[in-house]
Design a protein around this ligand. Structure first.
Ligand code: THU
Length: 134
């Protein structure tokens, strides 16, 4: 069901999640991104006492990717708790879309295991992207 690299990405997102800083919502999220060089970048949500200043795990992982000099998200895994699938929030779907193909798989995991695969175009249909500006 998953390739070796997909399994590795899921494991990394699940493990990163443990370091999330979510004292307010108690909802920890971990993200692992695979870039165009085969390098992995991790992110976690970082909440803040001033609630709106908190940031999502996807934003952290994208920041780490850009800092390292990469520009493409080839694959992404998200790990979150709860009974529902932890799919990226609307804002993060748009953030991911900036650097990814609409055909890219988004792998959703719970605290322990891979649960479901979506294509980015399914999560964010008829989206606005970089090409709109050229
Ligand atoms: N959160 C993420 O980090 N990523 C998502 O895609 C969904 C939500 C975080 C934000 C907040 O710290 C907590 O989960 C509850 O919303």
């Amino acid at each position: 069901m998953l390739t070796q690299i997909e399994k590795q990405l899921c494991r990394s997102a699940i493990s990163a999640r443990q370091n999330a800083y979510a004292p307010y919502s108690k909802f920890k999220v971990g993200v692992a991104i695979l870039d165009e060089f085969g390098k992995m970048h991790l992110g976690v949500n970082v909440e803040n006492a001033a609630y709106p200043q908190g940031s999502c795990a996807e934003a952290g992982a994208i920041s780490a990717m850009i800092l390292s000099g990469s520009k493409q998200i080839k694959l992404i895994a998200v790990s979150g708790g709860g009974l529902e699938l932890c799919t990226p929030c609307g804002g993060c779907r748009q953030k991911i879309r900036e650097f990814a193909s609409l055909e890219m798989p988004v792998l959703i995991c719970n605290e322990k295991n891979f649960k479901k695969r979506f294509l980015l175009k399914t999560l964010l249909p008829v989206s606005f992207g970089p090409k709109n500006l050229f």
